[in-house]
Design a binder for this molecule. Structure first.
Ligand code: TXA
Ligand code: MG
Length: 331
């Protein structure tokens, strides 16, 4: 296993490492990547992560030239507006895909769309350009676990299963990209993330639907919605109600034998102190950046994790999406 800094990537023979999956840093979270034309490496991504094969992968491109080789038909005018504002950056767009795209990437022959994004980190885009082929990459965590925001997180999950880890320190945003598509004519966010709903709404000047949960009896629009997500080994208790302080004390007394860790948002008045505390920060941006590392950190030290719900605007929508999926109990 080799760890190389992204800024020193030119010192290794990347083409030969890319015969199998490589861990890459992005501005959102770390990814486990393979060249889109290397079917064996693409299959290995699913094996290493323990990912269900019908959950499609996001394709990462270095420039607009790469985009035209992947998609069928014209780029919708609304996408052009969004790409102008948010690419390179944490926005993934759903496009009609060319038949040449492997069904391993789209999660099966029947899905005719491909999710594409242009990551913000310039050195990463330069590396993709040098490889000459886009990279398909899901988040670099064991399926179901919190996403990784440092290379150390990824090594904890994959260890010797991966030959090359590219390190670029802590991810700037710390939470995945927003997945957006035009579905049955509706502007739809399938997964809230690094670009907020308010920013997309302002850019397009019209209503945006958020469909990040699958209703009972409905088919998942975004296959990732069907599966357990972001869950540490130990249970997460998410306190959402207005009387969260009272509930926190009540639950704490009920599980008094457990060592409890608190994901702490500064500025809130907590009813008590806890065995371990992980400071998320005060602003929504800071909390976004620390949510996954906080879950991972407390999971190592505690038997249960307590966290208070966030407001649903700006970055709060994406944080709550992750916490509701991570939580065993929502109170
Ligand atoms: O920030 C990110 O997006 C990170 C970094 C590595 O780029 N990637 C990431 O990938 O979060 P992943 O695989 O963990 O999540 C991708 C989500 C999944 O929920 C998947 O179901 C959905 O995007 N997705 C991918 N392709 C899709 C498609 N064609 N149609 C609908 N949903 C799709
Ligand atoms: Mg993921």
């Amino acid at each position: 296993m080799k760890i190389v800094k992204l800024s020193e990537i030119d010192s290794v023979d990347i083409q030969s490492y890319f015969k199998s999956p490589v861990v890459i840093p992005t501005e959102t979270v770390y990814g486990l990547s393979a060249k889109i034309d290397n079917e064996e490496a693409l299959k290995s991504i699913f094996r290493i992560k323990g990912r269900p094969s019908d959950n499609p992968l996001i394709v990462h491109i270095s420039d607009f030239e790469m985009l035209s080789n992947l998609i069928e038909g014209e780029v919708p005018k609304e996408y052009k507006v969004l790409m102008d504002l948010f690419w390179p950056g944490p926005l993934t767009l759903l496009f009609k895909c060319k038949d040449s795209i492997s069904p391993i990437i789209t999660g099966g022959e029947n899905r005719k769309t491909v999710a594409i994004r242009m990551p913000k980190n310039e050195n990463l885009r330069r590396m993709i350009k040098k490889l000459g082929v886009p990279l398909a990459a899901p988040s670099a965590n064991t399926s179901g676990k919190p996403s990784p925001t440092t290379v150390e997180h990824v090594i904890e999950d994959f260890g010797e299963m991966v030959d090359l880890y590219i390190d670029d320190g802590q991810c700037e945003i710390g939470l995945e990209s927003t997945v957006f598509g035009i579905i049955n004519g509706q502007y739809t966010i399938l997964r809230p993330g690094g670009v907020t709903m308010e920013e997309i709404k302002e850019a397009l000047g019209c209503e945006i639907f958020v469909r990040n949960k699958t209703e009972k009896g409905q088919e998942a629009m975004c296959p990732g919605q069907k599966y357990t997500h972001y869950s540490p080994t130990h249970p997460v208790y998410l306190f959402k109600g207005a009387d969260w302080q009272t509930n926190m004390i009540k639950v704490r007394n009920e599980v008094s034998e457990l060592r409890i860790g608190l994901l702490k948002r500064q500025g809130l008045k907590y009813p008590d102190s806890f065995d371990e505390e992980y400071i998320l920060g005060e602003s929504l941006k800071e909390c976004t950046g620390n949510i996954f590392s906080g879950l991972r950190d407390l999971d190592k030290k505690c038997d249960a994790i307590f966290v208070v719900g966030f407001e649903l605007d700006e970055e709060g929508l994406a944080i709550m999406d992750r916490l509701e999926k991570a939580a065993k109990y929502v109170i």
